[in-house]
Design a protein around this ligand. Structure first.
Ligand code: PGA
Length: 236
């Protein structure tokens, strides 16, 4: 795992931007794996304002809340449109359809899309409990796209975006850890002290399903871009 330690979110976003720009200019970004959450927002602002051309690139997002229409303001479909896609046209944007009542069917469809479009570069955030996508602790390292239950900690962490905690969906359609590990290159971002334990568990502890992100130790090309606070528990 390569580590880039930065001062803050803006510096992290700039470091990530340079890597993405380079991949795109080398012709190595045909399929771009994207993430939601507050972590990549500054990066998406830099991409929006740039002159980078994604019109030949397909995007594939990690996950979507189950039960929300793509037009719902808290859906990840809506987030991506607002933060990136409206300003930056891609060849095609894939996100799970949270409005499909059949989670199994939606998951199988989405996993087939990932197989047909192998991801060149996957962006990741990390949950305070070490989740990647909505792969909560206990998720198998070879899991594929499926309907998952959100744990209480995730519901609480995401409640800030909803009117109340009760409105946070209880399940989601998420790419599995195994689906994520198939990406050619992975870029994980984390900022703030509340991510320090998750970063320590991901980087220094023996991989275990207790920390889903620790599966990334088994991937040959992972770069983590973290600020000093998120790096504060690392010993090496
Ligand atoms: P955050 O979420 O970027 O809003 O901190 C990250 C995650 O849960 O993966």
């Amino acid at each position: 795992m390569k580590k880039i330690i930065v001062k803050d979110n803006l510096e992290g976003a700039k470091a990530g931007f340079e890597i993405i720009k380079n991949e795109l200019e080398q012709g190595n970004l045909n399929v771009f794996g994207l993430a939601t959450g507050s972590t990549p927002e500054t990066l998406y602002a830099l991409l929006r304002e740039s002159d980078l051309d994604f019109s030949n690139t397909v995007s594939i997002n990690l996950d979507e809340y189950k039960g929300l229409e793509p037009t719902h303001e808290q859906s990840y479909n809506y987030f991506m449109k607002e933060k990136l896609f409206d300003a930056k046209p891609f060849k095609k944007n894939y996100l799970p359809n949270g409005a499909n009542p059949d989670g199994e069917e939606e998951s199988a469809k989405y996993e087939a899309i990932i197989q047909e479009n192998p991801i060149d570069l996957q962006i990741l955030g990390i949950g305070t409990n070490g989740h990647i996508g909505f792969n909560e602790p206990g998720s198998s390292f070879d899991s594929i796209t499926r309907e998952v239950d959100l744990v209480e900690a995730t519901i609480e962490a995401n409640a800030r975006f909803f009117e109340s905690k009760d409105e946070v969906p209880k399940t989601a359609i998420s790419m599995g850890i195994g689906s994520i590990l198939k990406a050619n290159k992975i870029l994980l971002f984390a900022y703030g002290e509340n991510k320090a334990d998750a970063i320590y568990n991901m980087v220094e502890k023996t991989p275990s399903t207790d920390c889903p992100a620790s599966a990334l130790q088994n991937h040959p090309d992972v770069t983590i871009i973290i600020d000093e606070a998120a790096a504060s528990k690392l010993t090496k």
